[in-house]
Design a protein around this ligand. Structure first.
Ligand code: HEM
Length: 492
């Protein structure tokens, strides 16, 4: 008993020493001036409740409250967010891949499934080359069958149907129409399951085998690999025969053959590309139609444009595409790129002295595009703002792009390699073909007056999006074939 005070004193000394050392250690290793946390955090759910209802509003308010670099806590992910055109430029074009990595981001975001989307250093150059030779051909006959099927139904779901259409169109561009015929439905179902599983938090928290979504990701990837490997093998066995196929895979195989590109790279490359293509083009296709349907004056302008500038019917190598300045330059500006992610591989001190801790880092191109100091009426869906005849120099698409104020297709090293393909597919082929031959009518169900961007009647669901958001609920369209197509009436 007499030793008790001695033990208590010793215990206190040890405890104080440990606490002192920990404090000292943490003080010496923690960087100073770390980006501050955003305000309004919930004790359990972090910033999710404040962010989710209107992310752009949240980000803009936080910029005013705590500055243009701040941290946001999404519970399973903590992200340093940077808001402003200069930060768009910094993240997209100025940082070193080693410090702030696109590939590490892709790998972590895909739960390790897309570790090696490019395979080797020169693969990106090959890919861009292959992209130039693909055509916008998603044969007129196939398209007509597709839209005729829409017209045969009492109504079609706008977002789901657009998603399947764009998967089909992108698969045709990547693997050619025969592949779509043989494997399209299975491949689309696999990709849709993969997309859904990637939105689940569990594969991010647990090993893949430990959750149903994680196991789905593994299974789906294995099956996609089988399908892709079989197709690649076929192409490699007879490169000359396939060289005239004009699809992306034949271009890639021809281009990579000289470099000894490994067969096993193709699956990750394909999944990265097809996901990149689909997550942005499907929503863009649907939103643009919805805005046109809610703006009859703009729909009439588009119909008039089709009469004088009919949709493409032939094979156009994309580099030779004649781009009209049609009224659809918008291509989804008000929806996509809420967040562009990267992964900081170490603590990074920015030029303004603020430190971005190792981990997730992002800009918000959408918040920049909605800044009223940069854009007149930024929330208005106004495709005409991009027509040269309607713009002052500052507003020109190219100027905005150069200033990193408008980066709907990214910028810098990882600028979208599918931009031209998107113009070919959406602007020159899919939208005009549909509107040329068919009349569209919105079925009122699902539309809530005043809701969403420019009061279109539907809010975007940013929380469940890997790219351009879909709507928070489905809306429906009735499609009927015109007696006479617009282009056959002509511009007279
Ligand atoms: C409306 C349609 C599209 C939009 C808005 C869009 C947007 C973007 C954006 C913002 C980026 C940059 C991402 C970043 O820096 O983190 C990007 C990259 C990319 N996009 Fe697109 N995209 C579209 C369609 C397509 C299509 C059709 C393809 C088909 C190949 C495609 C393939 C890619 C690829 C491969 C990258 C990554 C390029 C690299 O890492 O170098 N995209 N896209």
């Amino acid at each position: 008993m007499s030793h008790l005070p001695y033990y208590i004193t010793l215990g206190l000394i040890i405890a104080c020493t440990v606490i002192g050392l920990r404090l000292r250690f943490s003080n010496s290793s923690a960087p100073t001036n770390v980006a501050p946390w955003a305000t309004s955090a919930h004790p359990l759910l972090g910033h999710l409740p404040a962010y989710s209802p209107d992310p752009v509003k949240f980000l803009t308010e936080q910029k005013a409250l705590v500055g243009d670099v701040f941290r946001v806590n999404f519970v399973v992910m903590k992200i340093t967010v940077l808001i402003g055109a200069k930060w768009n430029r910094w993240l997209l074009a100025e940082v070193d891949e080693e410090d702030v990595s696109f590939y590490k981001m892709l790998s972590v975001l895909s739960c390790g499934l897309l570790d090696n989307p490019l395979g080797n250093a020169s693969a990106m150059a090959h890919s861009r080359k292959a992209m130039r030779i693909v055509t916008s051909e998603f044969s007129r006959k196939a398209l007509d069958r597709y839209f005729t099927d829409w017209a045969g139904q009492p109504r079609i779901s706008l977002f789901d149907s657009s998603s399947t259409l764009l998967f089909n169109a992108n698969l045709a561009v990547f693997f050619g129409p025969r592949f779509v015929q043989d494997h399209g439905p299975e491949m689309i179902s696999l990709l849709q399951r993969m997309q859904k599983a990637l939105l689940s938090p569990w594969p991010r928290i647990l090993p893949l085998w430990a959750s149903p979504s994680g196991r789905t990701l593994k299974r789906v990837k294995e099956r996609i690999k089988q399908l892709v490997d079989d197709e690649v093998e076929k192409r490699m066995e007879d490169v000359d025969h396939w060289s005239g196929a004009n699809d992306y895979l034949s271009g890639l195989v021809m281009s990579n053959e000289a470099e000894g590109y490994q067969e096993h790279y193709y699956t990750e490359h394909f999944v990265t590309y097809i996901m990149a293509a689909h997550v942005n083009s499907a929503g863009t296709f649907a939103w643009t139609l919805l805005h046109l349907l809610r703006n009859p004056e703009l729909m009439r302008a588009f119909e008039a444009e089709i009469k004088v500038n009919p949709p493409l019917s032939d094979i156009y190598p994309i580099k030779d595409m004649p781009f009209s300045e049609a009224c659809l330059r918008e291509t989804g500006r008000l929806y996509n790129n809420l967040i562009t992610f990267r992964y900081a591989t170490r603590d990074i001190r920015t030029s303004s002295g603020v430190v971005i801790p190792k981990g997730w880092v992002a800009t918000s191109p959408l918040a920049v595009q909605m800044d009223p100091e940069l854009f007149e009426e930024p929330g208005r869906w106004n495709p005409r703002r991009w027509l040269p005849s309607c713009t002052v120099k500052r507003d020109l698409y190219a100027t905005r792009f150069r200033n990193y104020e408008f980066v709907q297709f990214g910028g810098g090293k990882h600028v979208c390699s599918g931009e031209k393909l998107t113009h070919a597919l959406l602007r020159a082929t899919l939208w005009p073909t549909l509107v040329d031959h068919f009349r569209l009518e919105l079925v009122e169900e699902g539309i809530v007056d005043g809701e969403g961007v420019d009061g279109v009647g539907l809010a975007p669901n940013h929380a469940e999006s890997l790219g351009t958001a879909f709507g928070i609920r489905e809306v429906y369209v009735r499609v009927t074939r015109r007696d006479v197509s617009l282009s056959s009436v002509g511009g007279a």
